[in-house]
Design a protein around this ligand. Sequence first.
Ligand code: FAD
Length: 294
Amino acid sequence: MLRPFEIHQPASAAEASRLRGALGEEAAFYAGGTELLLVMKEGLLRYAHLIDLKTIGGLDGIGVDATTGTLCLGALATHAAIERSPVVAERFPLLAEVERSVANVRVKNVGTLGGNLCFAEPHADPGPLFLACEATVRLEGAAGARDLPIGQFFVDAYQTARAPEEVLTQIRVPRFGPHTRGVYLRFGWHERPALGVALALTLDPRHTQVADLRVAVGGVTPRPTRLRGVEDRARGRGLDEVLASLETVAGAAAGDVRPASDLYGSAEYKGAMVKVFVRRAFLGAAARFNGSGG
Ligand SMILES: Cc1cc2nc3c(=O)[nH]c(=O)nc-3n(C[C@H](O)[C@H](O)[C@H](O)COP(=O)(O)OP(=O)(O)OC[C@H]3O[C@@H](n4cnc5c(N)ncnc54)[C@H](O)[C@@H]3O)c2cc1C
């Protein structure tokens, strides 16, 4: 049962931050409420005050930085809004593709991207995708704003580098260059993914060499993790050579992640699945050089 609480409706991120500072641990920020109200109903967390971020104008905007081409996603943008956004469809179709498989209609219509990232539930899709894209997050407090690489934002399961009084206001995703293709593959049987692998493959202009590779996995470790060993085994090598030794390249994931057993599977099973999905994601990204962009 939900206990009574007081709702506060700030007009700016700075005001929200000041409110959180004044009310302390009795207060939490509130966006779509799809996670927060659930844990409050179950009595796992109790707050006497909820600070509603939806009353802050402009936090749900989706646009492009005209100078850099960076996609700027307001933290209050819902999954449904991102999925349907013409800007996302044009600038980063992979994100729209990922959002299509997130949760269900009810959660998509109210759940926000910022809420997803701040809750830091390990079985989530946007985290690994943004990690492979080297996105940054903007955090705003009463004293000002700071930008953080997403890799530094995720600290542990349900834990981020956000200070309690900081509001996540924006997620900034750099544009893929003309020789980069991305893929996100998720696997699972519950609503949330058991595993998600995001991969961004950059080839040289002749499309014969792997100029860069970024791979991230979610769901198998407490926080989304870059697979640096896999990346290092592929970077700088011929594409055909990597494709021919993909089993070995993907096998390097064993040194990158130590999966933890949970309700979604044993550590051993997850380790095997990571390898399978890294291989599939690489093949998928390579195939996109002959077809649609990502
Ligand atoms: C049935 C179900 C299925 C789901 N399936 C998937 C799935 O397939 N893939 C997936 O990735 N996710 C999935 N999710 C998670 C879903 O994406 C999140 O529930 C949603 O995005 C959270 O956003 P919210 O706005 O509702 O957050 P809220 O519940 O409002 O907030 C969540 C937490 O973040 C904090 N917070 C929220 N916004 C901010 C902000 N801007 N700044 C600072 N702190 C903030 C709150 O204080 C709270 O602690 C699922 C959830 C449910 C309930």
